[in-house]
Design a protein around this ligand. Structure first.
Ligand code: KG4
Length: 338
């Protein structure tokens, strides 16, 4: 069945639109919001306003780059949640308006499913894709989950964080170190030259396959607080070792549960996704983890680790094939479970 789908993403601080035709990506346009940099985090109200300014030009550019006229669209996929409610409302309302104007259906996409299916974003049919069932470690600023992916629209969450997400652990610890927001990429850069075994931080003892990162954050904070009492310049003199030790601990926590997951549910393919999957240490640790177990790793291009509409359009395409449309009355949702 031939289908041309536009995807719209506005869950946090990136406004993005992408066009997919028959499962192949034609365009992907992202407007990142710089307005939050001075605030040390995303300011929801500013994010919503920036989405309103960006959405029309971003959608127009995505269509133009794809060489697709809006009359050729068969459906509109949009991120319905989870995310910031005000931001989601912009994309959701835009999708609904476009749907009414063009008289075509809308498809609601769970942002996290988008990240999981990002590995299917491709420009030609020759590019390889994961085989079902595969395990996905989804690590972003708001979520850390282990998901068993049985089909495009059939996923089981095996475990997830009970408090902070892995990205939050990176960002909050980076903030204490005086690094700019988001801190994850800065930790990554600094860790490359640091000694990962220099500092020991506490690790959680959470049952089953769930994660917890708030204890690590506290342990990191106390280590720094005690050290700074002795030496004012402790943080700036030890940035690289602190970053490397923090990164090692986060990776160990992530892989410990992943190991349990693949023992319980043996799979031949394993993917990672979400902003933290851009981390060099996470990428190489997951590759090694898979190599040791004879599993094929799927490490996304860095461009598809952060929020983008290509993955939303692709997830929408798979729902379109199963005729999974949604009603115009559906509201966005901010949290993981609806
Ligand atoms: O998936 P994502 O773009 O957004 C949401 O969760 O909405 O993830 C953002 C997270 C932030 O916490 C950021 O610090 C983290 O991904 N991140 C990284 C790296 N790049 C982005 N963390 C560690 N190393 C990186 N290279």
């Amino acid at each position: 069945m031939s289908a041309t789908i536009i995807g719209i993403e506005s869950s946090c601080d990136d406004t993005s639109a992408a066009v997919v035709r028959d499962g192949l990506l034609l365009s992907n346009v992202i407007a990142s919001q710089k307005v939050h940099e001075d605030f040390g985090g995303v300011v929801p109200e500013l994010a919503s306003r920036a989405h309103i300014q960006n959405i029309l030009p971003v959608v127009s550019q995505a269509l133009a780059k794809a060489g697709v006229d809006k009359s050729e669209l068969d459906a509109i996929a949009f991120t319905r949640g989870p995310g910031l409610l005000g931001s989601l409302l912009v994309g959701t309302s835009f999708a609904k308006g476009l749907s009414i104007g063009l008289d075509i259906p809308i498809i609601d996409v769970n942002h996290l499913h988008g990240h999981v299916l990002a590995h299917f974003v491709r420009k030609t049919n020759d590019e390889p894709v994961p085989q079902f069932p595969y395990m996905c470690l989804l690590v972003s600023g708001g979520n850390s989950q282990i998901i068993l992916v049985k089909g495009y629209n059939d996923m089981e969450i095996l475990g997830q964080t009970i408090d902070d997400a892995a990205g939050e652990a990176f960002d909050k610890c980076a903030k204490v170190m005086g690094l700019p927001y988001p801190g994850g990429p800065h930790i990554d850069r600094l860790a490359a030259t640091g000694d990962p075994s220099r500092f020991k931080f506490s690790k959680p003892h959470i049952p089953e396959l769930d994660y917890s990162f708030s204890g690590l954050k506290t342990s990191f904070l106390y280590t720094l607080r005690d050290a700074v009492k002795e030496d004012d310049a402790f943080i700036e003199n030890n940035l690289a070792d602190l970053a490397a030790s923090l990164q090692r601990t986060i990776i160990e926590i992530l892989l410990d549960k992943l190991d349990k997951a693949v023992r319980r549910h043996p799979v031949r393919h394993l993917a990672i996704g979400g902003g933290v999957s851009a981390n060099s240490g996470v990428r190489s640790a997951v590759s090694d983890f898979c190599k040791k177990r004879g599993i094929t790793p799927w490490i996304p291009d860095r461009a598809f680790t952060t929020d983008n509409a290509a993955m939303v359009a692709m997830a929408g395409y798979f729902k379109y094939r199963d005729s999974q449309f949604c009603d115009l009355s559906l509201p966005p949702y901010s949290r993981v479970s609806v």
